[in-house]
Write a protein that binds this ligand. Structure first.
Ligand code: G
Ligand code: G
Ligand code: MN
Ligand code: NA
Length: 253
């Protein structure tokens, strides 16, 4: 797989594809943006899942050029979709390897400027993994991105162990409640109360909340009662190709 990934990077990123999953306004279900999610079509046929190839990209450092490529794909799509929906936002995941081992601040500024998309239309998703040990470098990049004007989201909230510290030190614009926590909250009274408090606390701090992993109407109804800002989940759409996304959300049926 490492060899295939190397080959792909050296051949114009052939085999990589940016997929997009809708983000909707929790109150009215309207489309507000999309999260960009990378896919790899193996030359042997079949799609390899990010859980398999992202760690290999990270270990090999290939995540750095691939990350730049993903950002370009995201901005190119965002620019197109903003012609129809000017407030559309695009989310892009950043690996801590990109933060620690590359000039990601320079790259993000250059690429966003290159596409002429407003920095505030771009949301960078970061997990807190990697933050604990190298938080000085992390803070520098994070603050630089914030100053430039892109929005920052703390991803996978509810799975890590340094969430409080991240909230107080990083002051993100968004937190994204991980699906594993969403599921607990929708099925257990204690975690449901906790979710309600997390949303309330976030709002009192001026942060927005996205609840991830909503698959059914029943889950949606219960999640909405906690009054989050955004919902992401298979109910509104699975990650799909750019063409499918355009067809589904930007073409009159
Ligand atoms: O789309 P899927 O749920 O299979 O993605 C699994 C995980 O892979 C995501 O939660 C995310 O952390 C990671 N991932 C997907 N696309 C990207 C990407 O472009 N960059 C980075 N760094 N991680 C990604
Ligand atoms: O870690 P991160 O939040 O970046 O990754 C998002 C991942 O969650 C994507 O791989 C996406 O496929 C997955 N995902 C998003 N919504 C749902 C959902 O409703 N159900 C399931 N099972 N997975 C989801
Ligand atoms: Mn994410
Ligand atoms: Na997540």
């Amino acid at each position: 797989l490492l060899r295939q990934l190397h080959h792909a990077v050296n051949n114009g990123f052939e085999g990589f594809e940016a997929y997009f999953q809708p983000l909707v306004n929790a109150a009215n279900g309207e489309l507000t943006g999309a999260e960009t999610l990378l896919r790899f079509h193996s030359p042997e046929g079949g799609m390899v899942s990010p859980g398999e190839f992202i760690p290999i990209l990270e270990e090999s450092g290939l995540i750095i050029p691939v990350g730049r490529w993903v950002l370009r794909q995201a901005l190119d799509a965002c620019r197109e979709w903003q012609k129809i929906l000017p407030e559309f936002k695009v989310n892009v995941n950043l690996s801590y390897v990109q933060v620690l081992k590359s000039r990601v601040l320079t790259d993000v500024r250059r690429i966003v400027d290159e596409f002429g998309v407003k920095p505030s239309s771009v949301c960078i998703e970061l997990t807190e993994s990697g933050y604990l040990e190298e938080n000085e470098r992390f803070d520098k990049v994070w603050n630089g991105l914030k100053e430039y004007g892109v929005l920052l989201a703390l991803d996978d909230f509810g799975t890590g162990y340094s969430n409080l510290r991240c909230l107080s030190d990083l002051k993100p614009a968004y937190i994204k409640i991980d699906r594993s926590f969403t599921l607990k909250a929708l099925n257990r009274e204690y975690e449901y109360r906790l979710l309600n408090h997390i949303v309330e606390m976030s709002h009192s701090l001026g942060l927005h909340v996205c609840v991830e992993g909503i698959e059914t109407e029943g889950e949606l109804t219960k999640a909405k009662q906690t009054e989050p800002d955004y919902i992401q989940g298979f109910l509104f759409g699975k990650p799909c190709s750019r063409a499918e996304f355009t067809q589904k959300f930007f073409t009159k049926q």
